[in-house]
Design a protein around this ligand. Structure first.
Ligand code: HEM
Length: 507
């Protein structure tokens, strides 16, 4: 008997996929039926919401925040269901949870597939000792290496933003990417490597390609990830280029260690050496490939600094009237205490201005990602089923009128004013985490690079404020539109900014 339809392997494959997808979708949706959905939640109609999320995530987060105040809601994404939490009480729940309950690594890996997009050495289940290196030796050395970083940032800014009498129009994003990468790498790998265009380009390219690679990987089922991850990622090329730069450096250090033991005269004090010396690293500390992978992943983390700095730069250009008070503060503190790590710690107006700038362009519409490793009960009783990813509605919490009065207004010195209150002088600092301030994440996995990032951005801003006049073309007072694609809430990538040598003096 002939079948009325074709039974070719392709037909069977498509039918099998549809049946599998339908069962999986309905099963996961039924586990989350106690949490309301924003957008469509039908098996096929949910793709309308997935697409809307890819093009305007902020709108969806705002809708969920408005419809379910103080509660949780869910949305369908390309990675499955995502629960978004609308309250600082939940952020505090995340802070208190252990890794066995809520895992940031699992959540990030589901989205970014680090083992394919960067390297297996830093993927899920690897020994993540580079985090410890950032948290300890790197942070401890910010003061000692301040002079080097300052020297590099001045050179990098002058190279990319000419100091001229007439206005120069600069495409801000590429210039800032170069300046930030070069400055951070003076700290990480030192000069002259941080100035090498190929070294900088490979780090920038890989960091920018990770989201693209991850997006492609996510379009395929898990069993195909090793194949897709091999074909559609740029990591192998980046690794080969990086190995060319780092192999002679690492081999020379290994030779010195063999000859002189743990310490030798002029032993370098940088990220590569801290990795090689880290006791938790064991034998992998002498593997060029392993060290390269860790340099790549930390550069990926450090590139976040670009968007924070860019957000602050746009606010400076849109609000030239705040340059005066910032200049007075920076000049008087440098006059009294010199230019060093501690003097930047005293610049309260600068700290407040930076924090307010990133509050309005926090990089992502959502943040503080965690995957439930077992059924997890939030403090109001809501259950997050095992395997589900949760995150905070960062965009909306940071603009909530009840937390930040005039939430959508730019009030550059609001945090400096809050710090005037008794007992609150450090609470509202840029680097200090609170449930309502999750820019650097939350809890034990909060960004360990934030102390360096803060000094780097403040150093760059202070240098611009002291040496340049800054404005937008046509004297515009509007901050250019934020990038809203794929859960981003990042500063505009196309905007031009005008710079000239500083004229107006502070009396
Ligand atoms: C303004 C700049 C930066 C921002 C906004 C930022 C933001 C973040 C965020 C949100 C997390 C996840 C925290 C969590 O889930 O609770 C994180 C983790 C991390 N960041 Fe940063 N970061 C910045 C700069 C840096 C720099 C400069 C470095 C290195 C020098 C760095 C290294 C790391 C590392 C290693 C982790 C993983 C921590 C862990 O899993 O325990 N970041 N960062």
């Amino acid at each position: 008997m002939a079948f009325p339809f074709d039974l070719s392997p392709i037909t069977l494959g498509v039918v099998g996929f549809v049946v599998f997808y339908t069962i999986k979708f309905n099963h996961e949706k039924s586990k989350l039926k106690h949490i309301p959905t924003v957008g469509y939640d039908g098996i096929w109609s949910s793709w309308i919401t997935v697409f809307r999320w890819l093009t305007n995530s902020i709108e969806i987060v705002e809708e969920g925040y408005r419809l379910y105040p103080g509660a949780a809601f869910k949305i369908p994404t390309i990675n499955g269901w995502q629960i978004i939490l609308n309250s600082t009480k939940y952020v505090d729940d995340i802070r208190k949870a252990s890794d066995e309950e809520l895992s940031p690594d699992e959540a990030i890996d589901d989205v970014l597939h680090i083992e394919y997009s960067i390297h297996p050495s830093v993927g899920l289940g690897s020994n993540p000792y580079q985090i410890d290196v950032v948290r300890h030796p790197l942070t401890r050395n910010i003061g000692a290496k301040f002079g080097e970083v300052q020297e590099e940032l001045e050179k990098a800014v002058f190279d990319h933003i000419p100091l001229t009498e007439d206005w120069n129009e600069i495409h801000a994003w590429p210039a800032v990417l170069e300046i930030v990468t070069r400055t951070a790498n003076r700290f990480l790998v030192g000069a002259p490597l941080c100035r090498d265009p190929d070294y900088r380009e490979l780090n920038i390219n890989l960091a920018l390609s990770i989201f693209k690679s991850a997006f492609i990987i996510n379009l395929f089922p898990k069993f195909l990830h090793p194949i897709v991850g091999r074909i559609f990622t740029e990591r192998r090329v980046a690794m080969r280029r990086l190995e060319k730069h780092l192999t002679p450096i690492i081999e020379e250090r290994l030779r010195m260690k063999r000859e002189y033991g743990e310490d030798w005269k002029d032993k370098p004090n940088d990220f590569i050496q801290w990795l090689m010396d880290h006791e938790a690293a064991g034998p992998i500390a002498s593997s060029v490939e392993d060290i390269c992978a860790r340099v790549l992943i930390v550069n990926f983390g450090a590139i976040h600094t670009t968007s924070a700095f860019l957000g602050a730069l746009y606010q400076l250009a849109a609000n030239p009237d705040i340059i005066g008070p910032l200049r007075s503060e920076i000049e008087s503190i440098i006059q009294k205490h010199g230019r060093n790590k501690n003097s930047f710690g005293q610049m309260r107006l600068l700290d407040s201005f930076l924090k307010e700038s990133v509050r309005l362009s926090p990089g992502g519409a959502i943040g503080v990602f965690r995957k439930a490793m077992k059924d997890f009960r939030l403090s109001d009783g809501t259950v997050v089923p095992v395997g589900t990813t949760i995150c905070a509605a960062v965009w909306s919490i940071l603009r909530d009128e009840n937390i930040y009065p005039g939430g959508s207004d730019f009030r550059p010195f609001r945090f400096a004013e809050m710090r005037e209150k008794g007992g609150e002088s450090t609470k509202h600092q840029f680097v200090n985490m609170q449930p309502e301030w999750m820019f650097f994440g939350q809890g034990r996995h909060a960004c360990p690079g934030r102390f360096f990032a803060s000094i780097e951005i403040k150093g760059l801003l202070a240098h611009l404020i002291l040496n340049y006049d800054i404005k937008f073309p046509n004297d515009s007072r509007n901050v250019p539109d934020i990038v809203k694609a794929w859960s981003q809430a990042a500063p505009n990538l196309e905007a031009r900014v005008l710079f000239r040598k500083r004229r107006a003096r502070v009396d």
